[in-house]
Design a protein around this ligand. Structure first.
Ligand SMILES: Cc1cc2nc3c(=O)[nH]c(=O)nc-3n(C[C@H](O)[C@H](O)[C@H](O)COP(=O)(O)O)c2cc1C
Ligand SMILES: [Fe+2]
Ligand SMILES: [Fe+2]
Length: 405
């Protein structure tokens, strides 16, 4: 059963958070063993009740019950929609029906059509302009369009006077933190790797919009005392920390010495090449993280993407399979090419039985995404002494070109 948190944060503000420990593959793609939270907020003004985002559809009944413990749903006067992805909007149709569609929905102009298309509902809608200010029941709201964090319709709301930024997906992360706020440094430290995984997998393809939108907010000279995202921890002790972390990951700034070895191996040849590389890198003082796809275990693809983003270099190893790249690595390579900043040199190794093509194809894929592929070693069967020598030479070439070397 998912845990539900209903917490009054201040006189005007309550958090409604559900800890989704049932999801297995977020967006039907990302295997998130540690779950995720959906954070909704309730703002109560003098005569106004403003609902800020919702939960996903599977928790619509729980959401309705949690809201009823705080207010009469018919009293909701406004619903601010920061993002239409159904992990947040999926429960809103039920709430709006229970509300008798009295509430005015506030959002980016695209929201009205999405509401109709996703849920078949016509809502009382008010499009908010970028930079628009609106005072409701003594609450002074300011809306900012922040496109592509994570969809084109994403906005943020700043509650002037209180210094609260409702940021939607941005500044959120995967996992179910054991706290509501960022007060405890240990909680924050163990949460940040899940934020890194979230940024690189979910927002990775739109990463250039992170610094662009952060600059836009900074140019407003907002006094941000609290960041209230739609996933994960609320930042009140140190909101700058999550902003800086987002900027660092968006740029793919490497952790010094961190190198990723990713391989698939049906019968052990590529695994052997992976072991040779990992051993050599460790000898050279690198912190090596290895992910393998074999006949007894499969790596987590979102962990690979999360670790690739701040590695200083990558080694990708795959067999040739039916005259192409082995499927799992083909998938991983495609995700890396789309979602990871190309500021890391890549070494490609590949084994084949009769005619190798995987190495060349992988190199082409990465080069087309502006990665520097420093070497490709194609070999037949298991790496023999000669191949081993070539692999070690290419590793030293890779190290001489790593960004923090
Ligand atoms: C299903 C399957 C398809 C393969 N397709 C090709 C191929 O198209 N071209 C080729 O040269 N080798 C092919 N091979 C041979 C492998 O690439 C070769 O055995 C390689 O060494 C396997 O590496 P591994 O031991 O790391 O799995 C194929 C092997 C299998 C099992
Ligand atoms: Fe999203
Ligand atoms: Fe989301």
């Amino acid at each position: 059963m998912p845990k539900i948190h209903s917490k009054q944060i201040s006189k005007e503000l309550s958090l409604l958070r559900v800890d989704d420990d049932e999801v297995r593959y977020f967006e039907a793609l990302w295997e998130i063993e540690n779950g995720i939270t959906y954070n909704s907020y309730l703002l109560t003004g003098e005569d106004e009740v403003i609902l800020v985002d919702g939960w996903k559809r599977e928790y619509a009944d729980d959401f309705s019950e949690a809201l009823k413990d705080l207010i009469d749903i018919r009293d909701i006067t406004h619903v601010i929609v920061h993002h239409m992805e159904p992990d947040h909007s999926g429960s809103l149709a039920k709430i709006l029906k229970e509300n008798g569609f009295r509430a005015e929905v506030l959002g980016h102009p695209l929201v009205r059509g999405m509401m109709k298309a996703f849920y078949g509902i016509d809502v009382k809608f008010r499009a908010v302009k970028d930079g628009e200010r609106l005072s409701l029941g003594g609450l002074h709201l300011e809306f900012f369009h922040t496109p592509w964090l994570h969809w084109p319709e994403t906005i943020m709301t700043y509650l002037r006077g209180h210094g609260i930024l409702f940021s939607g997906d941005a500044f959120g992360g995967f996992s179910i933190p054991p706290a509501i706020f960022d007060d405890d440094d240990e909680v924050v430290s163990s949460y940040l790797p899940f934020v890194r995984e979230y940024i690189s997998t979910i927002i990775g393809s739109y990463r250039q919009h992170i610094p662009r939108n952060v600059k836009k907010l900074m140019d407003q000279r907002l006094e941000i005392r609290m960041i209230a995202p739609a996933h994960g921890l609320i930042w009140r002790k140190n909101p700058e920390r999550i902003i800086e972390y987002y900027l660092k990951i968006a740029d793919g700034i490497p952790e010094e010495g961190k190198v990723l070895v990713i391989y698939a191996s049906m019968y052990g040849s590529c695994e052997e090449a992976g072991n040779i590389v990992a051993e050599e890198l460790k000898k050279q003082g690198k912190r090596v993280i290895t992910y393998g796809f074999t006949d007894v275990r499969w790596a987590s693809i979102n962990k690979i993407i999360g670790d690739a983003v701040d590695s200083e270099s990558l080694i990708i190893i795959a067999p040739t399979y039916e005259n192409a790249v082995f499927p799992t690595i083909s998938h991983v390579a495609d995700l890396i090419a789309r979602k990871i900043p190309p500021n890391k040199p890549i070494l490609v190794l590949s084994s084949h039985g009769w005619a190798g093509v995987a190495g060349k194809k992988l190199a082409e894929r990465f080069r087309s995404a502006n990665f520097s592929v420093i070497d490709v070693v194609e070999f037949k069967g298991k790496p023999d002494e000669d191949v081993k020598k070539r692999i070690l030479e290419s590793v030293s070439k890779l190290l001489s070109q790593s960004s923090t070397n």
